[in-house]
Design a protein around this ligand. Structure first.
Ligand SMILES: *Cc1c(COP(=O)(O)O)cnc(C)c1O
Length: 358
Protein backbone atom coordinates (compact mmCIF):
# COMPACT_ATOMS: atom_id res chain seq x y z
CA UNK A 1 0.00 0.00 0.00
CA UNK A 2 1.38 3.37 -0.89
CA UNK A 3 1.19 6.02 1.79
CA UNK A 4 1.33 9.78 1.71
CA UNK A 5 4.22 11.61 3.38
CA UNK A 6 3.71 12.05 7.11
CA UNK A 7 2.76 15.64 7.92
CA UNK A 8 2.66 17.14 11.40
CA UNK A 9 -0.68 16.58 13.10
CA UNK A 10 -0.65 20.23 14.25
CA UNK A 11 -1.40 21.29 10.67
CA UNK A 12 -4.80 19.59 10.69
CA UNK A 13 -7.59 22.11 10.79
CA UNK A 14 -5.45 25.18 10.25
CA UNK A 15 -7.62 27.66 8.43
CA UNK A 16 -5.80 28.89 5.37
CA UNK A 17 -5.16 32.62 5.49
CA UNK A 18 -7.82 34.39 3.47
CA UNK A 19 -6.34 37.33 1.63
CA UNK A 20 -8.70 40.23 0.94
CA UNK A 21 -10.61 39.52 -2.21
CA UNK A 22 -9.16 41.30 -5.25
CA UNK A 23 -11.24 43.88 -7.06
CA UNK A 24 -13.17 42.32 -9.94
CA UNK A 25 -11.28 42.70 -13.20
CA UNK A 26 -14.37 42.72 -15.43
CA UNK A 27 -16.79 45.03 -13.58
CA UNK A 28 -17.33 48.68 -14.59
CA UNK A 29 -15.55 50.14 -11.53
CA UNK A 30 -14.07 48.04 -8.82
CA UNK A 31 -12.18 49.19 -5.78
CA UNK A 32 -10.48 46.83 -3.37
CA UNK A 33 -11.33 47.89 0.18
CA UNK A 34 -10.67 44.45 1.63
CA UNK A 35 -6.99 44.38 2.68
CA UNK A 36 -6.30 47.70 4.41
CA UNK A 37 -3.84 48.69 1.74
CA UNK A 38 -2.74 52.23 1.02
CA UNK A 39 -4.60 53.40 -2.10
CA UNK A 40 -1.80 55.71 -3.26
CA UNK A 41 0.80 54.47 -5.74
CA UNK A 42 4.45 54.46 -4.57
CA UNK A 43 6.06 57.88 -4.14
CA UNK A 44 8.35 58.81 -7.06
CA UNK A 45 11.56 58.71 -4.99
CA UNK A 46 10.67 55.34 -3.48
CA UNK A 47 9.88 53.91 -6.88
CA UNK A 48 13.28 55.02 -8.25
CA UNK A 49 15.13 53.31 -5.39
CA UNK A 50 13.19 50.12 -5.95
CA UNK A 51 13.84 50.18 -9.68
CA UNK A 52 17.56 50.71 -9.07
CA UNK A 53 17.60 47.77 -6.67
CA UNK A 54 15.86 45.61 -9.26
CA UNK A 55 19.03 45.85 -11.36
CA UNK A 56 20.86 43.72 -8.80
CA UNK A 57 18.44 40.90 -8.24
CA UNK A 58 20.88 38.31 -9.52
CA UNK A 59 22.55 38.89 -6.11
CA UNK A 60 21.32 37.92 -2.66
CA UNK A 61 20.15 40.86 -0.59
CA UNK A 62 22.10 42.20 2.39
CA UNK A 63 21.10 39.53 4.90
CA UNK A 64 21.63 41.82 7.88
CA UNK A 65 19.51 44.63 6.35
CA UNK A 66 22.31 46.97 7.47
CA UNK A 67 21.12 50.23 5.93
CA UNK A 68 17.50 49.71 6.93
CA UNK A 69 18.42 48.73 10.50
CA UNK A 70 20.59 51.84 10.84
CA UNK A 71 17.82 54.06 9.47
CA UNK A 72 15.25 52.55 11.85
CA UNK A 73 17.57 52.80 14.86
CA UNK A 74 18.09 56.46 14.09
CA UNK A 75 14.43 57.17 13.38
CA UNK A 76 13.19 55.60 16.63
CA UNK A 77 16.15 56.30 18.88
CA UNK A 78 16.80 52.65 19.73
CA UNK A 79 19.98 50.53 19.52
CA UNK A 80 20.45 48.64 16.25
CA UNK A 81 20.70 45.46 18.33
CA UNK A 82 17.07 45.97 19.40
CA UNK A 83 15.73 45.75 15.83
CA UNK A 84 14.82 42.68 13.81
CA UNK A 85 13.41 42.80 10.29
CA UNK A 86 11.33 40.22 8.49
CA UNK A 87 9.10 39.36 5.56
CA UNK A 88 6.29 41.64 6.64
CA UNK A 89 5.37 41.97 10.28
CA UNK A 90 3.53 38.67 9.93
CA UNK A 91 6.88 37.08 9.15
CA UNK A 92 8.31 38.66 12.30
CA UNK A 93 5.27 37.55 14.33
CA UNK A 94 5.83 34.00 13.17
CA UNK A 95 9.47 34.21 14.28
CA UNK A 96 8.30 35.52 17.66
CA UNK A 97 6.09 32.48 18.14
CA UNK A 98 8.80 30.15 16.90
CA UNK A 99 11.21 31.76 19.35
CA UNK A 100 8.93 31.41 22.36
CA UNK A 101 6.28 28.75 21.92
CA UNK A 102 5.83 25.09 21.04
CA UNK A 103 3.57 22.17 21.91
CA UNK A 104 2.05 22.59 25.38
CA UNK A 105 2.59 26.35 25.44
CA UNK A 106 -0.15 28.96 25.21
CA UNK A 107 -0.45 32.13 23.17
CA UNK A 108 -3.11 34.63 24.27
CA UNK A 109 -4.81 37.14 22.03
CA UNK A 110 -8.12 38.96 21.79
CA UNK A 111 -10.82 37.64 19.50
CA UNK A 112 -11.80 38.71 17.05
CA UNK A 113 -8.42 40.09 16.16
CA UNK A 114 -5.84 39.64 13.42
CA UNK A 115 -6.49 36.42 11.50
CA UNK A 116 -2.83 35.45 11.31
CA UNK A 117 -2.49 34.95 15.11
CA UNK A 118 -4.33 31.61 15.40
CA UNK A 119 -2.70 30.31 12.23
CA UNK A 120 0.91 30.99 13.20
CA UNK A 121 0.21 29.75 16.73
CA UNK A 122 -1.18 26.45 15.49
CA UNK A 123 1.71 25.94 13.07
CA UNK A 124 4.10 26.07 16.03
CA UNK A 125 2.10 23.42 17.88
CA UNK A 126 1.21 25.86 20.66
CA UNK A 127 -2.37 26.48 21.81
CA UNK A 128 -4.35 29.63 21.01
CA UNK A 129 -6.19 31.18 23.95
CA UNK A 130 -8.79 33.53 22.48
CA UNK A 131 -10.17 36.16 24.86
CA UNK A 132 -13.42 37.73 23.59
CA UNK A 133 -13.50 41.48 22.95
CA UNK A 134 -15.79 43.52 25.22
CA UNK A 135 -19.29 44.57 24.15
CA UNK A 136 -17.75 47.65 22.62
CA UNK A 137 -15.34 45.52 20.53
CA UNK A 138 -12.31 46.55 22.62
CA UNK A 139 -9.55 44.33 24.10
CA UNK A 140 -10.64 42.99 27.50
CA UNK A 141 -7.27 43.38 29.21
CA UNK A 142 -8.53 42.15 32.59
CA UNK A 143 -9.84 38.96 31.04
CA UNK A 144 -6.53 38.56 29.19
CA UNK A 145 -4.65 38.88 32.49
CA UNK A 146 -6.95 36.29 34.02
CA UNK A 147 -6.19 33.93 31.12
CA UNK A 148 -2.46 33.81 31.92
CA UNK A 149 -1.22 30.42 33.19
CA UNK A 150 2.27 28.99 33.72
CA UNK A 151 2.06 27.74 30.13
CA UNK A 152 1.59 31.25 28.69
CA UNK A 153 4.56 32.30 26.55
CA UNK A 154 3.30 35.18 24.44
CA UNK A 155 0.41 37.68 24.41
CA UNK A 156 -0.57 39.73 21.36
CA UNK A 157 -2.15 43.13 21.89
CA UNK A 158 -3.27 44.49 18.52
CA UNK A 159 -3.49 48.26 18.89
CA UNK A 160 -5.52 49.47 17.04
CA UNK A 161 -7.29 46.15 16.70
CA UNK A 162 -7.81 44.58 13.30
CA UNK A 163 -10.70 44.30 12.29
CA UNK A 164 -12.53 46.58 14.74
CA UNK A 165 -10.21 49.63 14.68
CA UNK A 166 -10.62 50.05 18.45
CA UNK A 167 -7.72 50.98 20.75
CA UNK A 168 -6.43 50.43 24.25
CA UNK A 169 -5.21 53.60 25.95
CA UNK A 170 -2.11 54.42 27.97
CA UNK A 171 -3.33 53.99 31.55
CA UNK A 172 -5.04 50.63 30.97
CA UNK A 173 -2.19 49.26 28.86
CA UNK A 174 0.45 50.29 31.42
CA UNK A 175 -1.60 48.74 34.21
CA UNK A 176 -1.83 45.55 32.15
CA UNK A 177 1.90 45.45 31.38
CA UNK A 178 2.70 45.99 35.05
CA UNK A 179 0.80 42.82 35.91
CA UNK A 180 1.99 40.45 33.20
CA UNK A 181 4.74 38.15 34.58
CA UNK A 182 8.15 39.29 33.36
CA UNK A 183 8.86 35.95 31.64
CA UNK A 184 5.83 36.29 29.34
CA UNK A 185 6.46 38.24 26.12
CA UNK A 186 3.87 40.91 25.27
CA UNK A 187 3.78 41.79 21.57
CA UNK A 188 2.25 45.18 20.76
CA UNK A 189 1.18 44.85 17.14
CA UNK A 190 1.10 48.42 15.85
CA UNK A 191 0.54 47.84 12.14
CA UNK A 192 -1.67 50.96 11.99
CA UNK A 193 0.33 53.21 14.30
CA UNK A 194 0.61 56.09 11.83
CA UNK A 195 -3.18 56.43 11.57
CA UNK A 196 -3.68 57.05 15.31
CA UNK A 197 -4.90 60.54 16.26
CA UNK A 198 -6.05 59.78 19.83
CA UNK A 199 -3.33 61.25 22.05
CA UNK A 200 -4.20 58.79 24.81
CA UNK A 201 -3.02 55.84 22.74
CA UNK A 202 0.58 55.16 23.77
CA UNK A 203 3.46 54.68 21.38
CA UNK A 204 4.65 51.11 21.97
CA UNK A 205 8.25 52.16 21.43
CA UNK A 206 8.02 54.34 24.53
CA UNK A 207 6.51 51.47 26.51
CA UNK A 208 9.14 48.93 25.44
CA UNK A 209 12.10 51.01 26.66
CA UNK A 210 12.07 49.99 30.30
CA UNK A 211 10.19 46.71 29.82
CA UNK A 212 12.36 43.80 28.66
CA UNK A 213 9.29 41.62 28.02
CA UNK A 214 7.63 44.02 25.58
CA UNK A 215 8.14 43.77 21.82
CA UNK A 216 6.71 46.23 19.27
CA UNK A 217 5.74 45.13 15.77
CA UNK A 218 5.58 47.63 12.92
CA UNK A 219 5.15 47.26 9.19
CA UNK A 220 5.81 49.10 5.93
CA UNK A 221 2.68 47.51 4.43
CA UNK A 222 0.00 49.96 5.52
CA UNK A 223 0.76 53.68 5.94
CA UNK A 224 4.03 53.37 4.01
CA UNK A 225 2.33 51.66 1.09
CA UNK A 226 4.81 48.82 0.55
CA UNK A 227 2.46 45.85 1.14
CA UNK A 228 3.68 44.04 -1.97
CA UNK A 229 7.34 44.20 -0.95
CA UNK A 230 6.98 42.30 2.35
CA UNK A 231 8.96 44.15 4.97
CA UNK A 232 8.22 44.70 8.62
CA UNK A 233 10.21 44.88 11.85
CA UNK A 234 10.21 44.40 15.58
CA UNK A 235 11.74 46.53 18.31
CA UNK A 236 12.63 44.49 21.39
CA UNK A 237 15.34 44.09 23.97
CA UNK A 238 17.95 41.36 23.86
CA UNK A 239 17.63 38.42 23.95
CA UNK A 240 14.28 38.66 22.11
CA UNK A 241 15.62 40.68 19.19
CA UNK A 242 18.57 38.30 18.84
CA UNK A 243 16.21 35.30 18.80
CA UNK A 244 14.26 36.95 16.00
CA UNK A 245 17.38 37.39 13.93
CA UNK A 246 18.16 33.68 14.45
CA UNK A 247 14.73 32.44 13.43
CA UNK A 248 14.12 34.78 10.46
CA UNK A 249 13.98 33.28 6.98
CA UNK A 250 17.52 33.78 5.61
CA UNK A 251 17.64 36.57 3.00
CA UNK A 252 13.87 36.96 3.44
CA UNK A 253 13.75 40.72 2.89
CA UNK A 254 14.68 41.49 -0.71
CA UNK A 255 17.06 44.31 -1.59
CA UNK A 256 14.17 45.97 -3.37
CA UNK A 257 12.17 45.95 -0.14
CA UNK A 258 15.12 47.12 1.96
CA UNK A 259 15.94 50.03 -0.33
CA UNK A 260 12.30 51.04 -0.77
CA UNK A 261 11.81 50.97 3.01
CA UNK A 262 14.82 53.25 3.56
CA UNK A 263 13.56 55.62 0.84
CA UNK A 264 10.09 55.61 2.46
CA UNK A 265 11.52 56.59 5.83
CA UNK A 266 13.34 59.45 4.12
CA UNK A 267 10.13 60.53 2.36
CA UNK A 268 8.18 60.32 5.57
CA UNK A 269 6.77 63.86 5.47
CA UNK A 270 5.12 63.26 2.14
CA UNK A 271 3.91 59.81 3.12
CA UNK A 272 2.46 61.04 6.37
CA UNK A 273 0.69 63.81 4.44
CA UNK A 274 -1.11 61.09 2.53
CA UNK A 275 -1.92 59.34 5.78
CA UNK A 276 -3.43 62.64 6.97
CA UNK A 277 -5.76 62.67 3.96
CA UNK A 278 -6.83 59.11 4.71
CA UNK A 279 -7.50 60.05 8.33
CA UNK A 280 -9.71 62.90 7.05
CA UNK A 281 -11.58 60.43 4.87
CA UNK A 282 -11.91 58.08 7.82
CA UNK A 283 -13.68 60.80 9.77
CA UNK A 284 -15.99 61.56 6.87
CA UNK A 285 -16.86 57.87 6.35
CA UNK A 286 -17.46 57.35 10.08
CA UNK A 287 -19.71 60.41 10.42
CA UNK A 288 -21.67 59.61 7.27
CA UNK A 289 -22.27 56.02 8.36
CA UNK A 290 -23.47 57.21 11.77
CA UNK A 291 -25.77 59.76 10.16
CA UNK A 292 -27.22 56.89 8.11
CA UNK A 293 -28.09 55.18 11.39
CA UNK A 294 -25.25 52.65 11.64
CA UNK A 295 -23.52 51.90 14.91
CA UNK A 296 -19.79 52.08 14.16
CA UNK A 297 -17.07 51.78 16.81
CA UNK A 298 -14.55 54.62 17.02
CA UNK A 299 -11.63 53.66 14.77
CA UNK A 300 -7.98 54.73 14.86
CA UNK A 301 -6.94 52.62 11.86
CA UNK A 302 -7.47 52.90 8.10
CA UNK A 303 -10.70 50.90 8.19
CA UNK A 304 -14.15 50.82 9.77
CA UNK A 305 -16.02 47.88 11.30
CA UNK A 306 -19.72 47.22 10.87
CA UNK A 307 -21.13 44.53 13.12
CA UNK A 308 -23.72 43.07 10.75
CA UNK A 309 -24.13 39.60 12.26
CA UNK A 310 -26.31 37.42 10.04
CA UNK A 311 -26.51 40.13 7.37
CA UNK A 312 -22.74 40.24 6.82
CA UNK A 313 -22.58 38.22 3.64
CA UNK A 314 -25.54 40.03 2.05
CA UNK A 315 -24.00 43.38 2.84
CA UNK A 316 -20.68 42.38 1.29
CA UNK A 317 -22.50 41.20 -1.84
CA UNK A 318 -24.37 44.51 -2.06
CA UNK A 319 -21.10 46.43 -1.81
CA UNK A 320 -19.54 44.31 -4.50
CA UNK A 321 -22.46 45.01 -6.82
CA UNK A 322 -21.88 48.70 -6.19
CA UNK A 323 -18.21 48.40 -7.19
CA UNK A 324 -16.37 47.99 -3.88
CA UNK A 325 -14.94 44.80 -2.47
CA UNK A 326 -15.03 44.70 1.35
CA UNK A 327 -13.92 42.07 3.86
CA UNK A 328 -16.73 39.99 5.37
CA UNK A 329 -16.32 37.85 8.48
CA UNK A 330 -19.44 35.72 8.05
CA UNK A 331 -21.83 35.89 11.00
CA UNK A 332 -19.86 38.72 12.60
CA UNK A 333 -19.28 41.81 10.53
CA UNK A 334 -17.61 43.62 7.69
CA UNK A 335 -14.30 45.47 7.66
CA UNK A 336 -14.02 48.25 5.11
CA UNK A 337 -10.72 49.91 4.26
CA UNK A 338 -10.64 53.68 3.82
CA UNK A 339 -9.59 54.17 0.21
CA UNK A 340 -9.65 56.90 -2.40
CA UNK A 341 -12.56 59.38 -2.17
CA UNK A 342 -14.39 57.81 -5.10
CA UNK A 343 -14.22 54.34 -3.54
CA UNK A 344 -15.40 55.63 -0.17
CA UNK A 345 -18.34 57.36 -1.87
CA UNK A 346 -19.38 54.17 -3.64
CA UNK A 347 -19.21 52.31 -0.33
CA UNK A 348 -21.24 54.98 1.50
CA UNK A 349 -23.95 54.87 -1.17
CA UNK A 350 -24.13 51.10 -0.92
CA UNK A 351 -24.33 51.30 2.87
CA UNK A 352 -27.13 53.87 2.69
CA UNK A 353 -29.15 51.80 0.21
CA UNK A 354 -28.69 48.65 2.33
CA UNK A 355 -29.74 50.50 5.46
CA UNK A 356 -32.98 51.70 3.85
CA UNK A 357 -33.94 48.15 3.03
CA UNK A 358 -33.53 46.88 6.59
C1 LIG B 1 -1.75 44.21 8.04
C2 LIG B 1 -1.35 43.79 9.39
C3 LIG B 1 -0.05 43.40 9.66
C4 LIG B 1 1.02 43.57 8.63
O1 LIG B 1 1.26 42.55 7.85
P1 LIG B 1 2.57 42.54 6.95
O2 LIG B 1 2.99 41.14 7.05
O3 LIG B 1 3.55 43.48 7.53
O4 LIG B 1 2.11 42.95 5.60
C5 LIG B 1 0.31 43.03 10.94
N1 LIG B 1 -0.59 43.06 11.92
C6 LIG B 1 -1.85 43.44 11.71
C7 LIG B 1 -2.79 43.50 12.85
C8 LIG B 1 -2.27 43.81 10.44
O5 LIG B 1 -3.53 44.18 10.24
Amino acid sequence: MSQTPKLRAELDGIPTYKPGKPAAADGPVAFKLSSNENPYPPLPGVMEQAIAAAGTFNRYPDMACTALMAELADRFGVPVSHIATGTGSVGVAQSLIQSTSGPGDEVIFAWRSFEAYPIITQISGATSVKVPLTEGDVHDLDAMLAAITDRTRLIFVCNPNNPTGTVVRRAELERFLDQVPSDVLVVLDEAYREFIRDAEVPDGIELYRDRPNVCVLRTFSKAYGLAGLRVGFAVAHEPVAAALRKTAVPFGVSQLAQDAAVASLRAEDELLGRVGSLVGERQRVLETLRSQGWTVPETQANFVWLRLGERTVDFAAACEKAGVVVRPFPGEGVRVTIGEVEANDLFLHAAEAFRKEL
